[in-house]
Each structure stands twice: as structure tokens, then as C-alpha cells.
Design a protein around this ligand. Sequence first.
Ligand SMILES: *Cc1c(COP(=O)(O)O)cnc(C)c1O
Length: 390
Amino acid sequence: MKKELDTRGLDFPTRCVHSGVYKDEVYNSVVTPIYPSSTFYFEGPGQTSGYDYTRTRNPTRVALEENLASLEGGAGCTATSTGMSAISSVLHLLPENAHIIAGHEIYGGTFRLFNDIMPKRALKVSQVDMRDIDAVRNAIRPETKAIWIETPSNPLLNLTDVEAVCRLAQEHGLLSIADNTFLTPFLQRPLELGADLVVHSTTKYLNGHSDVVGGAVIAATDELAEQVAAICNALGTTCSPYDAWLVLRGVKTLSLRMAAHEQNGMALARFLDQRPEVERVYYPGLESHPDHALACRQQSGFGGMLSFDMHGGEEKAQAFIAGLRLYSFAESLGGVESLIEHPASMSHAAMTPEGQAAAGIGPGTIRVSAGIEASHDLIADMEQAFTALD
Ligand SMILES: *Cc1c(COP(=O)(O)O)cnc(C)c1O
């Protein structure tokens, strides 16, 4: 019976399409049904179908969770309502007064959570240059419990050596948690590099169509997976069956989309690298990127995110963005449509100007999420916007 389909051993694109999908035992639906039922009846005392209440467990959500656990190579997954709820949930694994180490340059919402919200819950964060393993080691204190990895970083695409940081974490008995939103398991699998947990904003590439917000936590071991599931159930951070269904639909084309995003990322990086208006391009696929060798080693591609600094600061950057027709001027990333944004005033506005400067985010920094449109159309639109600046 199809429901029994064991996708272990099948290749990544096959698992995107088939893992977890077959949940309909009555009509043999090829697509996972949406089970909106908030509750499930008992056939007798203690006799359930494996489901009792949707916050705890829901067949549509379980389908997505099995799929994502398979793609990341994890023991289990909990799908959450947003990426931030996934991140908030995993922080509840840590004891009171815990200290965690993170990079300087992390997702703006994670920065806000770490700096504004968690300190009120006695959780302290040190932000260091994650490219410098000695800096990470020196930040470890007796109360340190976890290391937070976000690679490539946002928005400047600096890389962290996941294997080296996870080894350090292991030596000191710390949890290693990796936000794998930017690359997805198609291009990078942190659990295989030694991480204990992976978090995602499924809002981005995993869903890929800019029509849902969601998140996920994937754990390396059954024990951690059970702890995370229990926390998400207790906090109420799990996602709705409708959202789970949309993400599961999106993830089926992940391999195809990521290949297209990557092709456009590279094409745009090479184009921008030659423009006189551009001071610097940040894309790990360029040979000139300081972490290019590491990218080749720990990733199986460079992804669709890139940033660049424009000469002339914010004024020129905003004028360039205003001249574009094809790119939406919007936060977020990872959808089929190309987006462009200004980190200093948008995605990273939660950071102080000093914090932005320390991380290297300048007034002329622009971030691009390359969609899956034709490369030459994306380049032509930038070309006309540069020309219009003169
Ligand atoms: C978007 C994003 C998040 C937060 O996800 P939401 O779904 O917006 O809550 C976390 N980490 C990274 C790297 C992201 O890009």
C-alpha cells in the first residue's frame, strides 16, 4: 500500500515529492488531504487513531513534518506557525539563566528576540564574529548552553564553518542550533555536519511561493525531537493544517526552484560585480568571496541570496531600487518572484546604527532575493535602473 512507501534511500528530489505525503487511507488521494478537524474522537478509553487534538498532532502537519525530517536527515520535526515561533520554541530547551553565542549578523527578528525579549527571561546572548573560531571559543562561559549558527549570514552572506563550530559545541557539551532558511536542505544539511537542531522559516524557500508564513524545527535525535514537540505543544506554536498543506505543496518543487534561484543568484552576482556603480558584491559563489572555499566544501550550491554595496550611500541605493520594475521592493526572500530591499532601513532596522556598522551593513547595502524568472530579464531590469541613475 502506498501509505507504507518507505522513502529512505531515495534521492533528494524524490523525497521532496513523496516523503510523508500519503495520509489518506480511505480514498487513496495522491495529495495529502487537509484535515481541519480541531479534535479527533476516541473509540473508547485510551483508544485513538493516533490523533486527539490538532495543537498536539494533526495528520496534515505530520505529513509535512515527516517530509522535512527526511530532507534534513533528522530524527523528527515539528512544524510551527512561523520561523520566529520555531526559534522561540527551541530556546525553551535551555535552562534558566542560560547564555548562548550567536553571530554578529543574524536575521533581524532573531536579533530582536535575543536582545529585547529573551534578556527579560534571563537568557543572555553574546554576539561574536562566527568566522573566527577562537572568538567563539573565547565567548564560552560556565553558563553557556548553546551556539546559534546562521550561515550564510543575513544580509552579508558571511559563512560559518558548521562542522568546526559543532565540534566545539560538542566538546563543551553545548547544543548547536542552525538556522538553515537561506540554503534549505537542498544545498546544506547542518545535521550531517554535526548540528543538534535545525530551524527554518518555511515562509521562505521551503514553501517558496510567498503565500504562507511558517516554521519548522528538525532534531538530530528522537529524544530532542520529542522534547521540541512537547515544548511546541505546550507553548501552542504548532502550525495550522492549512498552512502545513501549503508548505507541503511548495516543498515538492524545492529541487527545481533552488536550482533556478541559484542560477539567477550567480548571474546577478557576476553582472553586479562588473558594474561601476557597485562597490562590492557579497555572494559566496564568486571566487573573490572570502569564504568561497568553505562554501564549496560545506554547501552543494550557493543559493539565491546576494547583497551589494552601492557607491553613493542610501540616496543612490534608494534611487536604484525605485527605478526597478520587475523586482518587488519588499522584505522576505525565497519566493519565486525576485525581491529587493534595503537592510539598514528594513530587515535589519532592529539593529542600532552602531550594530549595523559593526556587522558591515552600510547605508548603500542592498539585498536581493533572486527569484526563478529568466536571468536575462532580471539583469536587463537592473541595467535600465542603473542607466536611469545617470
Ligand atoms: C524570515 C526568517 C526568519 C523568521 O521567520 P518568520 O517566518 O518570518 O517568522 C528566521 N530566520 C531567517 C534566516 C529568516 O530569513
